[in-house]
Design a protein around this ligand. Sequence first.
Ligand SMILES: NC(=O)c1ccc[n+]([C@@H]2O[C@H](COP(=O)([O-])OP(=O)(O)OC[C@H]3O[C@@H](n4cnc5c(N)ncnc54)[C@H](O)[C@@H]3O)[C@@H](O)[C@H]2O)c1
Ligand SMILES: O=C(O)C1=N[C@H](C(=O)O)CCC1
Length: 234
Amino acid sequence: MKIALLGYGKMGKVIEKLALEKGHSVVFKSTIDSSEGNFKEADVAIEFSAPEAAVSNISKALEAGIPVVSGTTGWLARYHEMVNLCESRNGSFISASNFSVGVNLFFSINEYAAKLMAPWKEYDVSVEEIHHTEKKDAPSGTAITMAEGILKHSDKRDWQLDSSDEKSLKITAKREEDVKGTHTVSYNSTIDAISLEHVAHSRDGFAKGAILAAEFLKDKKGIFTMKDVLGIED
Ligand SMILES: NC(=O)c1ccc[n+]([C@@H]2O[C@H](COP(=O)([O-])OP(=O)(O)OC[C@H]3O[C@@H](n4cnc5c(N)ncnc54)[C@H](O)[C@@H]3O)[C@@H](O)[C@H]2O)c1
Ligand SMILES: O=C(O)C1=N[C@H](C(=O)O)CCC1
């Protein structure tokens, strides 16, 4: 598979290493200042750039007829525009807040726990995420996906960063040197506490999942999710 890497920072570099180990090739790499290689030759584009760059990168690839796997977070208020563009071009698109297999299993565990906990009103639920200090967006896309999973089964009205309003699901975002990504959902009562946590030890899980998504998407048309890629039921 010939890959175009749109964004060649921490994630682009790990994806390149693991893709080459799997026998794929990287025919194009772009950063904010430069681009090299042949974009149009790619079978698939893997986009991990920056919140302000994602829409332009994804649009360029869809307009060129190249299937797009996008991992960039912090731009999803414009997700529907990319869905519309993909549909109008009969293209192929997967976006995920987190491509790691473990996190996608964790998303299902999180929803199951939220459903189980729903009748037990003495427990207050909250989400915490910790990432490295270079991260541009807060809360993380993963924390937002987790919050959306909890809200499906909860009386809370919405999620809010650092909220003290008890009608909102509180998300706390912490930034610490070199943390790859830690997500915790906690249920606290005056009697006890239950927490579920996912800890990423490296960026390899995100990169492996993005390559799996690219392999899945390469010869398909339409809009897919990581649940489709991994065969996880709703
Ligand atoms: N979905 C996931 O599994 C997952 C995992 C890790 C990171 N991320 C997200 O992916 C994004 C990138 O993460 P990172 O750690 O690689 O960041 P990074 O800052 O290390 O790298 C970003 C790269 O994008 C480039 N870039 C910026 N604007 C660009 C543009 N207009 N065109 C092309 N390239 C551009 C930068 O030059 C840089 O090379 C972030 O939004 C992060 O939150 C998602
Ligand atoms: O390093 C990052 O930035 C990460 N971003 C994603 C998010 O916002 O959830 C996934 C985890 C790593």
